[in-house]
Design a protein around this ligand. Structure first.
Ligand SMILES: *Cc1c(COP(=O)(O)O)cnc(C)c1O
Length: 466
């Protein structure tokens, strides 16, 4: 066939739309999308034929169409296997919710709910009311409010208490959390004048005392959640800081960051200050995250003195930072789990994963290694069981690691390792590990379903590795 004859023999879009296999695709994806993609496929084929290529046949057209439609459907936000060893990974969405929280969120999504309506009196209600009682019960605070995240909690607390006045902060606590969250910048946006005291490694009571003036509105204490200053250091304990603040008639705001409602040392982890302790020490306001160690959806909490919480709730920012009914429902269900500490680790995924013993994870690695090795062998990869270290992530216990276990995948070359990383990322359900010493480590602490994992891996390796 001459070039022009081959071009003329190509099927038209309308003709292809009547092919049964394409009609099935129309049922699934809609005529508009299929027509659009079909035009692209036929255009590409026409260009290939023009430069001497062969027509791949009707089946070839359908195969290309299927590939394009699949790619289009696939979301970048699809579920993945977090085998990085970082349990609360900010870039991977932090805490996984408990089944109770998921069910509550689904109900809230599907039906109307009395979000701001009091069913007893028939009057207008308050959205925070669904969480206030629980938060007070779990932290010992007088009152509580909830906003979009902890960054928002710090912002609105500072703005409410300190706008147009001064806040004293230790130089050792002027943190950057990542992205655009730097404490000095947040203070500026809240309209608060920052007064730095002490030095990077040592701040004393006299430093705070010497900085207090009539313009001082608050002392801000910030939990150095993502780094630790070690060696020749000094900081003023929370209780002493509270006494200094109260003697001077100013507010102590303690930003705990992650914050935890339970003592983690009971679960074989290091100690993080609990919210209850921060409240008991005398902080007037304590801020913390909902989706870090607490294990709920994204949210920020402010607990503390009733008059201050009321003032925060009157701040017009509150409306801009408020939380929707889906997250309130999920959060209430999450907090309720804390009422039963005995079953908490079994029901709250964050705690379940963090407290999973190394021996149990190693057993899982031993079970999976032969099957993973078999799947990856055609690509020349070697798989072995290894010990590794997990970390909590999201700025909790930053220097602590948790003994864990997993699979170490070694490749014949750097190029082959890069191919494997790319292949894992392109899976229908991607697998994310971490690269270490020229190999890929899959930390199995956060794997919940072994069969799912093997299925996903075999789907990807079917065609790609071999
Ligand atoms: C994580 C953190 C924040 C920010 O909390 P988000 O919930 O991520 O907004 C603020 N302060 C400290 C100390 C933190 O650790």
């Amino acid at each position: 066939m001459s070039g022009t004859a081959a071009l003329r023999a190509l099927p038209a879009v309308d003709q292809m739309l009547k092919v049964p296999a394409v009609m099935v695709l129309i049922e699934r994806h809609g005529r508009l999308v299929v027509t659009e993609e079909l035009r692209q496929v036929l255009g590409d084929i026409r260009a290939a034929v023009r430069s001497g290529g062969a027509f791949p046949g009707e089946q070839g057209v359908v195969a290309s169409l299927l590939g394009r439609l699949d790619h289009r459907e696939r979301s970048n936000l699809r579920p993945l296997f977090n085998l990085t060893g970082t349990v609360l990974h900010t870039n991977l969405g932090r805490a996984l919710l408990a089944e109770e929280a998921i069910a509550a969120a689904v109900d809230a999504m599907r039906e109307a709910a009395a979000l701001e309506f009091d069913l007893e009196t028939g009057r207008r209600g308050e959205r925070d009311s669904h969480l206030r009682q629980l938060l007070c019960e779990l932290t010992g605070a007088e009152d509580a409010t909830i906003v979009n995240n902890n960054a928002a909690a710090v912002l609105i607390a500072l703005s409410t208490v300190g706008a147009g006045r001064q806040a004293i902060v230790s130089r050792g606590e002027l943190i950057e959390i990542g992205g655009a969250f730097r404490m000095p910048d947040i203070m500026e946006r809240a309209g608060v004048d920052l007064v730095e005291v002490g030095t990077t490694n040592r701040t004393h009571a006299k430093d705070y005392l010497g900085a207090i003036r009539p313009e001082t509105a608050l002392i801000l204490k910030v939990h150095t959640s993502n780094y630790r200053i070690e060696g020749f250091t000094a900081e003023v304990p929370g209780a002493e800081l509270a006494a200094i603040a109260h003697n001077a008639g100013v507010v102590l705001l303690n930003d705990l960051g992650s914050g935890t409602l339970v003592d983690l040392s009971g679960y074989g982890l290091g100690r993080e200050p609990t919210v209850r302790e921060a409240v008991a020490e005398g902080a007037d306001l304590v801020t913390f995250s909902g989706d870090k160690l607490l294990g709920g959806p994204q949210a920020g909490f402010i607990v503390g003195r009733k008059d201050l919480i009321a003032a925060i709730n009157r701040n017009p920012m509150k409306r801009a930072l408020r939380v929707d009914k889906i997250r309130i429902a999920a959060m209430a269900a999450t907090l309720k789990l804390y009422r039963d500490p005995d079953r908490l680790a079994a029901r709250l995924p964050t705690l379940r994963m963090l407290s999973r013993p190394q021996a149990e994870i190693r057993q899982r690695a031993v079970r999976l290694a032969p099957q993973v090795a078999e799947l990856l062998a055609p690509g020349g990869y070697r798989v072995e069981v290894c010990d590794c270290s997990s970390q909590i992530g999201s700025g909790a216990l930053p220097v602590d690691t948790i003994p864990s276990a997993g699979l170490r995948i070694a490749a014949a070359s750097g190029g082959a390792l890069a191919n494997l990383v790319a292949l894992f990322r392109a899976l229908p359900r991607p697998i994310l590990g971490r690269l270490q010493d020229g190999a890929m480590i899959l930390d199995l602490r956060c794997l919940s379903d072994e069969a799912d994992f093997l299925k996903s891996l075999s789907e990807g390796t079917d065609h790609a590795v071999a």
